[in-house]
Design a binder for this molecule. Sequence first.
Ligand SMILES: Nc1ncnc2c1ncn2[C@@H]1O[C@H](COP(=O)(O)OP(=O)(O)OP(=O)(O)O)[C@@H](O)[C@H]1O
Length: 264
Amino acid sequence: MKSSALHRDTDLILSVEDVNKTFDGFKAISDLNFYLGDGELRTIIGPNGAGKSTFMDMITGRTRPDTGKLTMHKPDGHDIDLSKLPEFKINRLGISRKFQTPSVYTQHSVYDNLLLSLPRSRTLFSSIFYKESAADRAAIEEALETIRLQDLRHEIAGNLSHGQKQWLEIGMLLAQKPSILLVDEPAAGMTDDETERTGELLISLAGKHSLIVIEHDMTFVKQIARDGKVTVLHQGTVLCEGKFDEVQNNPKVREVYLGRGKAA
Ligand SMILES: Nc1ncnc2c1ncn2[C@@H]1O[C@H](COP(=O)(O)OP(=O)(O)OP(=O)(O)O)[C@@H](O)[C@H]1O
């Protein structure tokens, strides 16, 4: 039952099958199997060292699996073997990653940050002849609306709050129209209000994009998971998968994760 072909009926966008990764004799990822539906918002939790970052690193090509398959399923029916591709080519396929710390151009305005992130505009930006097109402006307006920073479009990004910077960076990634967006602990360091708004933002992206969100904050996980699936990683493999309540009440999860006092 591990053939990716068998899973095509269910509109998958990503299959990770029998993946292993060892660092200096330490098995960071162990027989990992994971399937992401097209348009799904999947939350991943797991204790420190469970392999969450390594998992994302393998999807984006930052780290190569020792064995196993990572396949992106394109809407046109083509399957692409990610394990053979360099990082920049995986990015060009529409797999984008948002790291935990915000990365924006602090000297530029919110608007110009979004302009800079549009495909092709970065190399042209410094040219005095560069003028954004109507399509560019429409894409920027759409991103501003999605991240709810319309009123701060002229603000210098360096002056934004931590949460606003995170939303801006998400907007910058969205300007590239990713198919799969990987988001690493978006709520870390945010106020409660910012956390809730971030949850609303991610929920609004599901359907248009497929998302994998790693998070430790259980209130936030509950907010974004809603009726969707939560995957629990432990010792480099999937310990269990299910709805938030099922996962939270699973004795194995409580033992390895919730029982360690990190969660609600
Ligand atoms: N480049 C590397 N070299 C050696 N060991 C590594 C490397 N990358 C990760 N590891 C080890 O693999 C294991 C999994 O690490 P990983 O960072 O993927 O876990 P994580 O679930 O993201 O943890 P955290 O929640 O603390 O970020 C850890 O024991 C880590 O020390």
